[in-house]
Write a protein that binds this ligand. Structure first.
Ligand SMILES: *Cc1c(COP(=O)(O)O)cnc(C)c1O
Length: 949
């Protein structure tokens, strides 16, 4: 008997693509006889062995799922009326199953390649249309990270655009959600902005403000008419942003109609689970005149090569890479998956359904209020939508205890008041249970319901039509919605169809076992501000995950709050800033950033109030250490930090990393190591052990959270112990100050994905994953280098976990550009690698450990075949303008039309015989970028406009 009776860990071999025999063959192709020998060659001597992953063996899928189920069971689900920006809602089952739980949607990448992204771009255009309709402002982006950070973006937006240039004061109403005010304060301080929080009804002279934020309805439930106030602010050239509740807006006058310049808020209650605070999509909408200053991504209409309408990301696409520290914001990953859920919720319910939900919520609240008044409870609001504040006075504590005993969470406003918000899920029985808490003669629901009056002020009722576009009026049966979701998904390429070899973005497997827990109600239905004893499951999950990430990075403490890599960078630089200040080193504000850095780095440094000094790279792509030393010395009185990516964005383990860190430390600076490339390091070397003081990780890259088509993400930071006191706090945590996100644990509900991954891989599995990621990248690099020069490698001729192919020489000899190659890959059924980052005219390929040798070979063969086509152009056997590369991608419609090209239809669409059996057909031809930016349309066009084009 040799079969082990204990279950084996089957997961590691399922996460990793290559089989044992393939691994040997690939190693042989590289001239190594073992994985250990390969990693020993790749990892520089000076940092070798810095990582010891002391975390035990990985667990099998069933065991790990059972373990996390037990953790989930420690969360308690009370009936929750806390509100404050987070509301219970129903995720419609077909959206849950066919979108949120569907890899065709959640494994897609950000739609930078529009031809293979028309499905999710359409869904995002619907989102923009939804937001634009509800807010009454014509331009909406396709999501921001959360309501509080959207408010902070609105503040800096007002600063940029206000004509009141001398002002540094921003007014924020005391009626804003407390977490929003906290994040505003954090953001304002390094920028020299003063946030003045007051009751807007008592506001005197407003002439020294550049902007204002108001909440609609107010956080306590009141509904104010802001018209006059907005005019006062406009009178002094200040801009006004309004944080508005989308469900309320279906019944209420839109912010754009009462003069607001910006509307922001959360789309959470449109079908997205509470998830202990996130991820949810925030929105940002503004006037047409300000569209070029919009933070985040904007979907716009354009045309394809045939003049047919096609969607694409407009204008600010990757703007941080172009404008660096002058970028409008550092937002990169946003909340696309959640925006898609919210937009589909609106598509499914339609305008009539949404209004019904809002009406029902409001009427129940009105009935509740009237009953409470009859019971002698002091309800503070005359007008309200779904939220009440009750002046409970000396009875507050007792009422609170009573509610708790009944399994009910109310909002604790202060010692003398309680608050509550109803929502889509509220019913008669809930209203009666709330009345029961207050004792006395119980009101009769039926008689109150028969006489109840609307408590929305007549002057604020919505007059304008809503969601008249056909897309919001067509898919109201489940069959229709199911097919619409399928139709859109079929237009796109996601990981469920092909490898997505994106350098710097690590598109690896998002295993089903990792995904399953996130839609369990124990994780999904918890309010972020529920009493701590109800979230003990989350407590255990986050404690354990923090320990796991400390082990993986070599740091001493971790904050899980940042909800994207960009936010992690921000939190990390704030920690560095606060550390310097705590030592009386206020002057330190210079941030050194190598020229090869990701665009979010300089954009973030600017937000943290730092001055960016760019340092050079040498011809091998390494940091030019002499230049770095010179600049560190030159600025030694002011040096705050170095931001460096490791292994470098050039895909190389720089040998001088320890020396680089030492130079910065010797001159009084701190070292920020951008951990987006952690997938090359886990288990092999640890940034916290070779000189980093702080790093962010992208859990949506290295640690298996899916990219969601452009978000959600999680960007936790790890720090050495001296920076631990400066990690983000939150009003709901022990440390109250310095929140960078609305919720204490940011995007808490997707943390189980990473927990599951690490739990199943264990120390040995994680190390093996890094080794296979390096093997796969080197295999591709070796097999393609005779066709396309590999731009950078280490002194051993090896790359790290990604490689850069230099296509610039081909442009010279054939006129073929990176764009042409990227689009031609679509004809082969592939998503393009990262284009022109970090070097223009190159492709950066990162296969990850999850791709099998078959898939790597399929990609390699496509790239070789494309090289043959380029050779044919070079040789003149293919025309230099009319060739399969310049015309790529080829659509089915083109194929059945008149064929005017000098090459055959077969060559166009079946350049490899294997494609006959399985072919992806792009729905549009190559999209015209310039046309789209010149003729910006970023909401669903009217049907007439659509037909005309
Ligand atoms: C992806 C990435 C970031 C930004 O992370 P987001 O989660 O998209 O905000 C920062 N630095 C590098 C090197 C990256 O690859």
């Amino acid at each position: 008997m040799t079969t082990s009776l204990n279950t084996q860990n089957e997961f590691i071999a399922r996460h990793i693509g290559p089989r044992q025999a393939d691994e040997a063959a690939m190693l042989q192709a590289l001239g190594f006889d073992s994985l250990e020998a390969l990693s020993a060659s790749v990892i520089p001597e000076s940092i070798k062995g810095t990582s010891v992953l002391d975390m035990g063996e990985g667990q099998g899928e069933a065991e790990a799922l059972a373990a996390i189920k037990a953790i989930a069971g420690k969360n308690q689900l009370f009936k929750t009326y806390i509100g404050q920006g987070y509301y219970n809602c129903h995720t419609p089952a077909p959206i849950l199953r066919n979108l949120l739980e569907n890899p065709a949607w959640y494994t897609a990448y950000t739609p930078y390649q529009p031809e293979i992204s028309q499905g999710r771009l359409e869904s995002l255009l619907n989102y923009q249309t939804l937001i634009s309709d509800l807010t009454g402002l014509p331009i909406s982006n396709s999501s921001l990270l959360d309501e509080a950070t959207a408010a902070a973006e609105a503040m800096t937006f007002c600063k940029r655009l206000s004509k009141n240039k001398g002002s540094h004061r921003f007014f924020a109403s005391s009626h804003c959600h407390p977490q929003t005010l906290d994040v505003l304060r954090t953001r304002a301080e390094p920028l020299g902005i003063t946030v003045v929080v007051e009751d807007e009804r008592e506001l005197g002279d407003v002439s020294d403000y550049f902007g204002a934020l108001l909440q609609y309805p107010a956080t306590n439930g009141d509904l104010f008419d802001y018209r006059e106030l907005v005019e006062r602010f406009h009178g002094v050239n200040a801009l006004v942003a309004v944080a508005a509740d989308l469900l309320a807006l279906t019944l209420l006058a839109a912010p754009g109609e009462f003069g607001a310049d910006v509307a922001i808020g959360s789309a959470q209650r449109f079908g997205v689970p509470l998830g202990f605070g996130g991820p949810h999509a925030a929105y940002f909408a503004t006037r047409d005149a300000y569209k070029r200053d919009m933070p985040g991504r904007l979907v716009g209409m354009s045309v394809d090569r045939f003049g047919k309408p096609a969607l694409r990301l407009a204008m600010q696409t990757r703007e941080q890479h172009i404008r660096r520290e002058k970028a409008t914001s550092n937002i990169c990953t946003a909340q696309v998956l959640l925006a898609n859920i919210a937009s589909m919720y609106a598509v499914y319910h339609g305008p009539v359904g949404l209004k019904q939900i809002a009406q029902r919520t409001h009427q129940l609240t009105a009935i509740l209020a009237q009953g409470l008044v009859a019971q002698g409870v002091a309800v503070e609001q005359e007008y309200f939508f779904d939220t009440l504040t009750l002046a409970t006075g000396s009875a507050t504590a007792e009422l609170h205890a009573k509610a708790h005993a009944a399994g009910i969470n109310l909002r604790v406003v202060d010692d003398l008041r309680l608050g509550l918000s109803l929502d889509e899920t509220s019913r008669q029985a809930d209203v009666e249970a709330l009345w029961a808490l207050f004792g006395g003669v119980q009101p009769s629901f039926a008689s109150l319901a028969a006489t109840v009056q609307s408590r929305l002020p007549a002057a604020l009722l919505r007059q304008s039509a809503l969601l008249t576009h056909p897309v919001f009026n067509r898919y109201h049966s489940e069959t229709e919605l199911m097919r619409y979701l399928r139709k859109l998904a079929d237009k796109d390429l996601a990981l469920d169809r092909t490898m997505i070899p994106l350098g710097s973005c690590t598109m690896k497997l998002n295993a089903a076992s990792e995904m399953i827990p996130i839609t369990w109600p124990e994780f999904g239905s918890l309010h972020p501000f529920a009493p701590a004893e109800q979230s003990q499951g989350y407590k255990q999950l986050t404690d354990e995950l923090e320990a796991m990430l400390c082990a993986a990075t070599g740091y001493d403490a971790v904050s899980l709050q940042p909800n994207a890599g960009s936010q992690g960078e921000y939190a990390g630089l704030l920690a560095i800033r606060a550390y310097h200040q705590s030592r009386g080193d206020e002057r330190r504000d210079i941030c050194l950033i190598p020229s090869s850095a990701h665009g979010t780095n300089p954009a973030t440094a600017h937000m943290a109030g730092m001055r960016v000094v760019v340092t050079a790279c040498d011809t091998r792509g390494n940091v030019d250490i002499d230049d770095l030393r010179a600049k560190a010395l030159e600025h030694r009185e002011h040096l705050a930090a170095l931001m460096i990516t490791y292994p470098s964005t050039h895909g190389v383990f720089e040998e001088g990393i320890r020396e680089i860190c030492a130079i910065v430390h010797d001159n009084g600076g701190q070292v920020y190591i951008d951990g987006a490339n952690m997938n090359a390091m886990v288990g092999l070397c640890a940034p916290g052990k070779f000189g980093g003081d702080v790093s962010h990780l992208n859990l949506h890259k290295t640690f298996c959270i899916p990219h969601g088509g452009g978000g959600p993400g999680v960007g936790p930071i790890g720090v050495k112990s001296h920076l631990a006191p400066f990690l983000p706090g939150h009003g709901q945590m022990d440390r109250k100050q310095g929140a960078v996100c609305a919720a204490p644990y940011g995007s808490a509900s997707i943390l189980p994905i990473t927990w599951m991954y690490i739990r199943m891989m264990g120390g040995a599995g994680l190390k093996r994953a890094s080794q296979l990621a390096i093997l796969n990248a080197n295999y591709i690099s070796r097999r393609l280098e005779e066709h396309y020069p590999v731009l950078y490698s280490g002194s051993n001729g090896l790359v790290a976990h990604e490689c850069i192919l230099d296509l610039r020489p081909l442009k010279e000899t054939s006129g073929i550009s990176v764009d042409d190659v990227a689009k031609r890959l679509i004809d082969f059924g592939f998503h393009a690698p990262t284009m022109s980052f970090p070097v223009a005219g190159t492709l950066m390929i990162e296969p990850t450990e999850s791709e099998s040798k078959e898939e790597l070979d399929r990609f390699i063969n496509a790239m070789i075949q494309i090289r043959e086509e380029i050779r044919a152009v070079e040789a003149g056997t293919l025309d230099k303008d009319d060739n399969p590369l310049k015309n790529a991608p080829h659509t089915a419609a083109e194929l059945v039309g008149e064929w005017a090209h000098a090459y055959s239809r077969e060559q166009a669409v079946y350049p490899l015989a294997s494609l006959v059996e399985s072919k992806y057909w792009p729905p549009v031809g190559r999209v015209d970028n310039v046309f789209g930016d010149r003729n910006l349309v970023c909401a669903c066009p009217s049907i007439e406009a659509y037909q005309e084009s």
